[in-house]
Design a protein around this ligand. Structure first.
Ligand code: NAD
Ligand code: MG
Length: 373
């Protein structure tokens, strides 16, 4: 795969990756300038009726361009929702259904999710339920949604009692990733997406991790070819994990590296104070430190994890106001813990993650007490 990456980088052509899920297989197209080019959107539309779901931050920037990528005889409508994670609710999804019904959309219609993970999750869930399921296409416009939420088929909304508590598995017909959209993304959001990119290297691919170490500056400078490679490789890793374990019975859990600590940070600070990727960044360093305590990683490995997070512009400390007990309290409520035993994703080596449910409490306590704030 290393060799492939280098050879791809020579041309500007978009890369295509197939997510192999039998009848539900679909392509991911990655490149610059995909939006507005009918070659990428048109082939995946079902029926004449198209509903674009987006928000009021993304719409002024990209809605017209997406419409340009649709042929003249389509019946195109749009729902422009307010921006923000707090809008990821059943009420917002109801607005999408209202719009579909008001426009008389039938089962042969296609929803196009244009935006970050919030829009993708909601539009996907709306598509999963509308008339028992209609087609949808992901057009992710944040790095996080390009490398993570748009791949894998998880859709849904938050409930007042917990994030992503209501949802369905529903696969898109295609994912169209236009790397040009990242030019308008706030830098902090870019770094948050890079946390998930780094995660793929840490859990499965030491070669990719080394590639990221070498190219982080170019990625943050939005070098198109480098972005395309990093996104392609990330999607390939996620797609491989998803193909092995579509509904999260086993190996898919490895994608949660750094997430148990990260969720604790997000929940304690109040969702939104830390971006998800920022919390995952600090959480991955905590997981690396704990892996070091268990004798799996050596000092140099932990230094490498810390250095790449720093290069990506991510935090490497936990919130100053968060005690060991604060962490423990939230971690026990984490939905990823299938029973009362704390299940953590740890690193046996860089590029080799495992599920571990036998971490000695004393080691966990020591980590939570000594990790820098
Ligand atoms: P987001 O959708 O809130 O987007 C972040 C911000 O960037 C928003 O303000 C958005 O309007 C703005 N934005 C989007 N594209 C832009 C662009 N091109 N230029 C300028 N601004 C732009 O957040 P996110 O990080 O993309 O996604 C987070 C969500 O994804 C969470 O709800 C999370 O639960 C979900 N998620 C889902 C999965 C999954 O498997 N389904 C995986 C990971 C995360
Ligand atoms: Mg995540």
């Amino acid at each position: 795969m290393q060799g492939l990456i280098m050879s791809h980088a020579i041309s500007d052509a978009p890369l295509t990756l197939n997510v192999e899920l039998g009848e539900r297989s679909y392509p991911i197209h990655i490149g610059a300038g995909l939006l507005g080019d009918p070659r990428w959107l048109e082939p995946y539309l079902v029926g004449r009726q198209v509903m674009i779901v987006t928000n009021d931050t993304v719409a002024p920037r990209y809605l017209e361009r997406v419409k340009q990528g649709l042929s003249g005889d389509r019946e195109v409508r749009e729902v422009v929702l307010p921006d923000g994670e707090h809008t990821k609710t059943l009420d917002s999804v109801s607005l999408i259904w209202d719009a579909l019904l008001a426009a008389g959309f039938n089962r042969r219609c296609t929803l196009v999710a244009l935006g970050g993970g919030v829009i993708g999750d909601m539009a996907g869930f709306a598509a999963a339920c509308y008339q028992r399921g209609v087609a949808f296409i992901q057009v992710p416009t944040t790095l996080l949604s390009q490398v993570d939420s748009s791949v894998g088929g998880k859709t849904g909304v938050n409930h007042p009692r917990g994030k992503n508590m209501i949802g369905a598995f529903w696969q898109p017909r295609a994912v169209l990733i236009d790397t040009d959209t990242l030019r308008t993304l706030p830098e902090r959001e870019l770094s948050a997406g890079l946390a998930e990119v780094i995660k793929y290297g840490l859990i499965r691919d030491a070669g990719f991790l080394a590639w990221l170490e070498a190219h982080m500056e170019e990625l943050r400078a939005l070098d198109g070819a480098m972005l395309r490679e990093a996104i392609h490789r990330s999607c390939a890793l996620k797609a491989a994990v998803v193909a092995e374990d579509e509904t999260e019975q086993g190996v898919r859990a490895l994608l949660n590296l750094g997430h148990t600590f990260g969720h604790a940070i997000e929940a304690h600070q109040g969702y939104g104070a830390w971006l998800h990727g920022e919390a995952v960044g600090a959480g991955m360093l905590m997981a690396a430190e704990l892996s070091h305590r268990l004798g799996w990683l050596d000092d140099d490995d932990v230094v490498r994890v810390s250095a790449i997070l720093e290069a990506a512009g991510l935090p490497r400390v936990a919130p100053g106001n968060m005690t060991r007990d604060d962490f423990l309290e939230v971690m026990r409520l984490d939905k990823k813990n299938l029973d009362s035993r704390l299940r953590l994703i740890l690193l046996r080596a860089l590029g080799d993650a495992c599920v571990h449910d036998a971490t000695p409490k004393a080691e966990l306590d020591a980590l939570l007490e000594t990790f820098p704030r």
